[in-house]
Ligand binder design. Structure first.
Ligand SMILES: [Ca+2]
Ligand SMILES: [Ca+2]
Length: 215
C-alpha cells in the first residue's frame, strides 16, 4: 500500500470540520458513545432506561438533570459533545408563565454551553409558539426549526399523535483540556396548569457521543 494512504488510514478520525476559532482539527477521538441499546449506564447520574416507540432511551425527564462523568481523557484542546434528544408532548418554547418558557440546557464542568427552548406547537397564521433553538433563549425561531425529525408521535399527553415528539441532533465543540469532564443535560419546564407535568412535557436522550479534539 502506498505509504501516504497507509499513514492516512492510521488516523481513525480525520479533520472533518472547524470549531468557532477556525483552527483546523488534526485528530478527533471518540472517547464515549452510548445509544443505550446495551443497557450500560456506568458513569451517568440519574440514568433511567426507558423505551420510546421501541427505541432504548434514557428518560423521561421533567425538571431534572442527567450527568455524564468522564475521566482519563487523552490530551486534547477541545471536546465535541453530540446529543440526540427527543422532546415529548406539549413543549411551549419561549412563551411566559404559565405555559413557559420551556428551557433545555447543556453544561460542561458546570459552565453553561447551551440554554435554549423548544416548541412542539402547531404553527399557523393565528397561533404559533416560537422557540429559541437553534439560537439561545430568548431567540425567536419557528417551532421545530433545526429538528432532525419534527413529526414523531407524542408520548403521553398527546400519546400517538404525530408531531408531538421532535428529535434534535445537537453538536457542540468547546475548548477544554482537563483529563476529566462532567456533562450535564437538563431542563426547566413550566406547565403550571398541567395536572401531570411529566405527561404534559418531558424529554429523553437517544444517544450521546463525546470526542476529544487536537487542534
Ligand atoms: Ca405545554
Ligand atoms: Ca410548558
Amino acid at each position: 500500500m502506498h505509504s501516504y494512504i497507509k499513514n492516512t488510514l492510521t488516523f481513525t478520525f480525520l479533520a472533518l470540520s472547524f470549531i468557532s476559532c477556525q483552527q483546523e482539527i488534526s485528530q478527533e477521538i471518540i472517547v464515549y458513545e452510548n445509544d443505550f441499546s446495551e443497557g450500560n449506564t456506568t458513569g451517568i447520574e440519574n440514568a433511567n432506561l426507558e423505551n420510546f416507540v421501541n427505541i432504548p432511551v434514557l428518560g423521561f425527564y421533567n425538571n431534572e438533570e442527567l450527568i455524564l462523568n468522564l475521566s482519563e481523557l487523552p490530551s486534547h484542546k477541545a471536546l465535541r459533545i453530540t446529543v440526540d434528544i427527543l422532546l415529548h408532548d406539549s413543549w411551549d418554547g419561549n412563551v411566559p408563565s404559565p405555559g413557559g418558557p420551556d428551557i433545555w440546557y447543556m453544561k460542561l464542568d458546570n459552565q453553561e454551553i447551551m440554554n435554549t427552548t423548544f416548541s412542539n406547537s402547531p404553527c399557523t397564521s393565528t397561533y404559533c409558539l416560537m422557540q429559541s433553538f437553534p439560537g439561545e433563549f430568548p431567540n425567536q425561531a419557528n417551532p421545530k426549526t433545526g429538528a432532525f425529525n419534527g413529526n414523531l408521535p407524542g408520548r403521553c399527553q398527546h400519546n400517538g399523535v404525530l408531531g408531538y415528539t421532535s428529535r434534535y441532533i445537537i453538536s457542540k465543540a468547546i475548548p477544554h483540556n482537563a483529563s476529566t469532564a462532567t456533562i450535564t443535560l437538563g431542563d426547566i419546564l413550566v406547565q403550571e396548569n398541567a395536572a401531570n407535568p411529566i405527561c404534559d412535557e418531558s424529554w429523553s436522550l437517544n444517544r450521546i457521543v463525546v470526542s476529544t479534539l487536537e487542534l
